[in-house]
Ligand binder design. Sequence first.
Ligand code: GLN
Length: 477
Amino acid sequence: MLKEDLGKLNIAEINQALLAKQFSVKEMTASFLQAIDQSKLNAFISINDQAIAQAEEADKNLAQAKDNVLFGIPLAVKDIILVKDLKATAGSQMLKNYIAPYTATAVKRLQDKGMIVLGKTNCDEFAMGASNEHSYFGPVLNPHNQTRVSGGSSGGSAAAVAASLATVALGSDTGGSIRQPAAFCGISGLKPSYGRVSRYGSIAMASSLDQIGPMAKNIKDLAYLLQAMAGVDKLDATTSHKAVPNYLENLKVKNPRDLVIGVPKEYFSDKIDIEIKQAIEEKIKFLADNGFAIKEVSLPNTEYALAVYYLLMPAEVSSNLARFDGLLYGISAAEDLSLDQWYKTVRSTGFSEESKRRIMLGTYILSAGYYDAYYKQAQKVRTLIKEDFVKVFQEVDVLLTPATPTPAFELGAKVNDPLQMYLADIFTVAANVAGICGLSMPIAKTQNNLPIGLQLLAAPYYEEKLFVLGNFIENNK
Ligand code: GLN
């Protein structure tokens, strides 16, 4: 097999090729590392210098690949997720020299299966952004058009998978940061239900919204990764004790047509790009023509989801980022400064404008006198948004919506206009606010050859429904 084709293989194909000795884990790892080295996309912040040694070790134990499909598979990890002894910068100057002292549970579970971490991917600072332009390490270019953004904040992971620099990747999603860049780069990405995957070892952005999730070129690969990562973790008290279903078995045996699809009318306003709207509507028609039950539904409080998110998220951000004071974590300042000057120096130089904006907003929202008006009120509306979903999921199994209102936009187009940037997440944030699961997958391209993403949403812990329907859509075009 030609080395250049390696990047196009999915997990099962690599597994078969490894077992057939078409190439070794070491050859494969080296070939991916070379591709990363030659890439101009800026998708990676750092490389795992132990990757080749780990691959050599894997080759000695190749027999394990027989009943373990993840064995030896190359993985890229968003730089907000800790991998022991590798840098974890969170895309920030504040942590540019920080070396992770332990490994996140999600990564650990994949490494235990024999996956090889190739390196750490670029992201918006502390996962805050929708274009990857808020990274201290510069923007990630979209592999489909290098004048466009990759999306954010997991833009490095999305671009790495799309450009075949890694077979699969991990991202984190607080308001859309897996699904939106996946849609912009033409790959699939899953935000698991809140509590499905441990957050231990993920640098916190907004703890009640964050989830780690997989990104891949196809639905089945997402299922393989979730299968290995999901489940209770005693190191994260918010992980669910609910049993993890056998996702792969479900993909084989479940009939996708048993799933009732809901189309929420609030997601189809005139503000959506016309080509995206048409592509999604065509897909709905295709599913209806193919025997699926489709119902129009309403989520009346969804229009408040973005506002609620931009109150609760900064409140949590301001408290999570308080630890970056140059003493516990972060860059240092000159030793002869007073405490006050020290704080000012460290926090004004270490954080980008976007982080400062959110810390200030969050501090304001939580301050005495404004807490009731903003934070408490937002929590109440959060409950209403959740209740909308609970109601709708009594009627339908999966909601089908666009993933983003526009395709990947030009670099620089929104970076100086925070409100426009925040609107990029209009279709994705509600899932985080409500704690439900969501998946985005590519379904078409615009006339300019930019990917168009579809979003599927399901009730908490029903990721299997997303996989079953997503797999049908992927395989029936
Ligand atoms: N783009 C959103 C934001 O800027 C979402 C970020 C995320 O999901 N991590 O907050």
